[in-house]
Design a protein around this ligand. Structure first.
Ligand code: CA
Ligand code: CA
Length: 184
């Protein structure tokens, strides 16, 4: 009887373990340079209304999903036409390299806004250029509920007005092989 009880407990425990939701990393590969919103953020798929995965849609989807997500951004110029790109969760963006992957705000807004959104995210931005922001290439903001840590590696920040990088209280930026040039 005792053995049966132990066996039942083990099976119950194993089934419970299997059913625990695990926040898995999703990887989204951007396949359009168009600046379009995700049609349904949080459904696990990066897809705009035309079923393309834009940089904006990938970020919106990754923000909505639990877990650390990776965005692959191939070579190309990604011209922002809607607004800045707002990152509020653990996200890694990997460009092809800083000469060929360009995120360009067309002098209309910021390029990236990173904010804590109560979850103290780690944000990694690698191998790309951030350019032509009219209000900071990246602005790291703090809303008194968490701390944002932004890691830039092999990144160029250039030709932005009001500064290239803006880092507020309680947030951190870690720069490795980053050129901040011709910002004013
Ligand atoms: Ca979606
Ligand atoms: Ca996420």
């Amino acid at each position: 009887m005792k053995k049966k009880l132990i066996y039942t407990a083990i099976v119950f425990f194993a089934v419970t373990l299997i059913n625990i939701p695990v926040a898995k990393a999703a990887t989204f590969v951007v396949d359009t340079t168009s600046d379009t919103a995700d049609a349904n953020p949080g459904n696990g798929t990066c897809a705009d209304a035309s079923a393309n995965c834009s940089l904006r849609a990938a970020i919106e989807e990754a923000n909505a999903l639990a877990g650390v997500d990776i965005i692959t951004l191939p070579a190309g110029t990604y011209l922002l036409t809607i607004s800045h790109l707002s990152i509020t969760s653990d996200i890694t963006i990997n460009g092809a390299d800083e000469q060929t992957t360009i995120v360009d705000s067309n002098n209309t807004n910021r390029v990236f806004e990173v904010s804590d959104n109560a979850n103290s995210p780690y944000i990694y931005i690698n191998d790309l250029t951030i350019t032509r922001s009219s209000l900071y290439g990246i602005r790291s903001s703090y809303n008194f509920s968490g701390m944002t840590r932004t890691y830039l590696t092999n990144v160029i920040v250039e030709d932005c007005t009001t500064g290239g990088l803006f880092n507020t209280t309680e947030t951190s930026m870690y720069l490795d092989h980053v050129k901040v040039v011709n910002n004013r």
